[in-house]
Design a protein around this ligand. Structure first.
Ligand code: NAP
Length: 305
């Protein structure tokens, strides 16, 4: 089984973005800007935003971090979004999801200027993607397509199956695969006999948020499996079961940090049948951040054309 690592490609994408930004600054005296908005104290969101800000620093994007209290209202957040929409030095706006329950998430997404919507969640960008005329594509599925292309994995004509139908991953992923001429099936929590469906897929993308859920019986021998899931586990027995002979390193992480990351695919079982598999961590997640940088550069370029 081949591991489809994301690090080399992510570094290459970020290097390309950095080169383009250096040219932009030199030729036009313009530096792209990204505003990251986070509400509340969710530790996972804090880590995600921190990683995104760090990536901005690496590639030369000016970034600002708006961390608002848990009690923020929809009206207060709408006010911030309106001010970011109006600012010329802000090219991209990223609102870290999920938002606290009192905030109307749909209203926030719809209030964003679609030309600054570097996450690709605004209905205008969702519609453009569905029509086959994408401008800003959600970063995780866009990164997955880059990873498949980079590794020479054929998409055209294959049976592709996407498990999960979220707005962030599953749906846009299915759209992108369809545009690349795959025959696409979308599965979700109401799918009957999931394993029978996933087992017919040459290309299986899993984004459900359940640790190690997709096992050997779900995977066609030789299939390419893309594991989007990011789940924290802290039970050593579970770690042993999921990682098999590679459990040693993970148990060390567990002892040091109290938890370790695992995807939605059972890594030890998948290794027995899959042809290619993305590791967690070190796979899709790295590309998500790299694609955010690419989208921000694109927003800065398009806004000034
Ligand atoms: P989400 O919004 O929580 O949606 C989960 C989807 O999985 C839903 O469509 C749900 O079906 C489906 N599902 C749940 N249990 C299922 C089951 N037993 N069988 C089949 N389908 C099932 O998920 P998300 O935001 O896409 O995130 C999914 C995972 O990816 C999470 O672990 C998240 O942390 C991770 N993620 C990673 C990245 C990255 O950069 N690596 C980015 C985004 C998300 P229903 O629609 O029927 O409820």
């Amino acid at each position: 089984m081949i591991k489809l690592e994301g690090s080399q490609l992510a570094a290459r994408i970020k290097q390309d973005v950095q080169n383009a930004i250096e040219r932009m600054v030199k030729d036009h005296d313009v530096r792209p800007g990204l505003a990251a908005v986070r509400v509340g104290d969710d530790p996972a969101s804090e880590v995600y935003v921190r990683n995104k800000i760090r990536a901005c620093e690496e590639v030369g994007i000016r970034s600002e971090h708006h961390a608002l209290p848990e009690s923020t209202s929809t009206a207060e957040l709408l006010e911030l979004i309106a001010s970011l929409n109006a600012r010329d030095d802000v090219d991209g706006i990223l609102t870290q999801l999920p938002l606290p329950s009192q905030i109307d998430e749909t209203a926030i997404i719809e209030a964003m200027d679609p030309n600054k919507d570097v996450d690709g969640f605004h209905p205008v960008n969702v519609g453009r993607l569905a029509l086959g005329r994408p401008v800003f594509v959600p970063c995780t599925p866009a990164g997955i397509i880059e990873l498949l292309d980079y590794n020479g994995v054929e998409i055209r004509g294959t049976n592709a199956c996407v498990v999960g139908r979220s707005q962030i991953v599953g749906r846009p992923m299915a759209q992108l695969l369809l545009q690349r001429d795959a025959t696409v099936t979308i599965c979700h929590s109401r799918t009957r006999d999931l394993a029978a469906v996933t087992r017919s897929a040459d290309l299986l993308v899993v984004a459900i948020g359940r640790a190690g859920f997709i096992g050997r019986d779900h995977i066609k021998p030789g299939a390419t499996v893309i594991d989007v899931g990011m789940n924290r586990i802290s039970d050593s027995e579970e770690v042993r079961d999921l990682f098999g002979h590679e459990a040693g390193k993970r148990l060390e992480v567990l002892a040091k940090r109290g938890s370790t990351l695992v995807g939605d695919v059972h890594p030890a079982q998948a290794a027995e049948v899959a042809g290619k598999l993305t590791p967690v961590p070190g796979g899709v997640g790295l590309l998500t951040v790299a694609m955010l940088m690419k989208n921000t550069l694109k927003a800065a370029t398009l806004r000034r054309q």
